[in-house]
Design a protein around this ligand. Structure first.
Ligand code: GLU
Length: 330
């Protein structure tokens, strides 16, 4: 019996499956919290690539992370192969702004493509009486965890609305924890830059206490839109959150989720992932309602780092270069 087991183990070790696995290149995609949209986005992209594992010899997995800033840094350090990151953070990293001010421009950062639009989303308990950003004064507000995209967005929005950080009780916890804290009345409001519909916002609006989505609008916000071209007006559809106390859609501002990698990442890997997502776009769009607006053209807009050479190879083959800002072709 023992001999048989050993023989079986040897056979298994020599089987073509294990050799296949051994010769595969493993890549990891950095996403965000599990109740956001980055996490299912990483899942959708990895499944698309893994369907062709035999052809490409690549196996993709997904990691839940702190968000955009973490993902950009991890991609640059080689800890992750790909990351999902907000378009504004891509711009800041490439140009050495915000969290990268001390480190300088991150010239190895490369754009692969844009994905879904994201809105800066401010959620408040009805009891807090917050119906506009300036009402946050004196309130307990989660402005976002370090490493997230929303941390800088909430600072920008507060400043634009004339609210200093010292005017609020600012928390910096992960978005995944915020709905629970709101429902337990431990915070009055939270910011989350996210695509819609998001599980996180469903959770926040469907609990015991009544919650509303606060518009991000007004003269200060209009000035912010003029100052930073990476912000654009957006709308959060009420239909996604029927339990929110809002009467209709909510006005906000937003950015785009983008897919990034390092210049040092193998061209073949980036080519494969780009090709699979672009050639199966209709199938991809069915995987999340936030992708419904995607087109080949708009997936090449909102980028500020140069296009990765592997992605560019595909865009050239597919005749899509006409949609790319020539400045990004280096
Ligand atoms: N925009 C958020 C961030 O950059 C993540 C949103 C999500 O996970 O969908 O941290």
């Amino acid at each position: 019996m023992k001999k048989l087991i050993i023989l079986f183990a040897i056979l298994l070790a020599c089987s073509p499956v294990s050799q296949d696995e051994a010769s595969k290149t493993f890549v990891t995609i950095g996403t965000g919290g599990v109740t956001g949209v980055y996490y299912p986005t990483g899942g959708a992209i990895s499944r698309m690539l893994n369907k062709k594992a035999k052809e490409y010899g690549i196996k993709a997995t997904v990691e839940s992370t702190a968000g955009s800033v973490y993902n950009i840094n991890a991609v640059l350090s080689g800890d992750l192969e790909f990351g999902v990151a907000q378009s504004d953070r891509q711009f800041q990293a490439y140009n050495g702004l915000a969290e990268w001010e001390g480190k300088g421009p991150q010239k190895d950062l490369r754009a692969v493509f844009s994905i879904h639009p994201e809105s800066i989303t401010l959620i408040a308990s009805a009891a807090s009486g917050v119906s506009k950003v300036s009402d946050l004064k004196g309130k307990r507000v989660n402005i976002g965890n370090p490493g997230s995209g929303q941390l800088q967005n909430s600072k920008d929005v507060l400043e634009a609305a004339g609210v200093a950080l010292k005017d609020i009780h600012a928390e910096q916890v992960k978005a995944v924890e915020a709905p629970g804290l709101l429902q337990d009345e431990k915070i009055d409001a939270f910011f989350y830059t996210v695509g819609h519909p998001a599980g996180n916002i469903k959770e926040a609006t469907s609990g015991r206490i009544k919650v509303n989505i606060v518009p991000i609008s007004g003269a200060g916000i209009d000035k912010l839109l003029l100052k930073y071209s990476y912000y654009a007006g957006s709308t959060i559809p009420k239909e996604f959150y029927p339990n929110a106390t809002n009467a209709g859609d909510v006005q906000s501002i937003g950015v785009k989720a983008t897919f990034v990698a390092s210049n040092n990442l193998d061209e073949k890997i980036v080519y494969a992932i780009t090709k699979e997502v672009f050639e199966n776009l209709e199938e991809f769009k069915k995987l999340h309602p936030a992708y419904s607006v995607l087109t080949h053209e708009n997936m090449l807009q909102g980028l500020s780092a140069p296009i990765h050479k592997g992605a560019l190879k595909y865009y050239r083959e597919a005749g899509l270069v006409k949609f790319i800002d020539p400045e990004l072709i280096k």
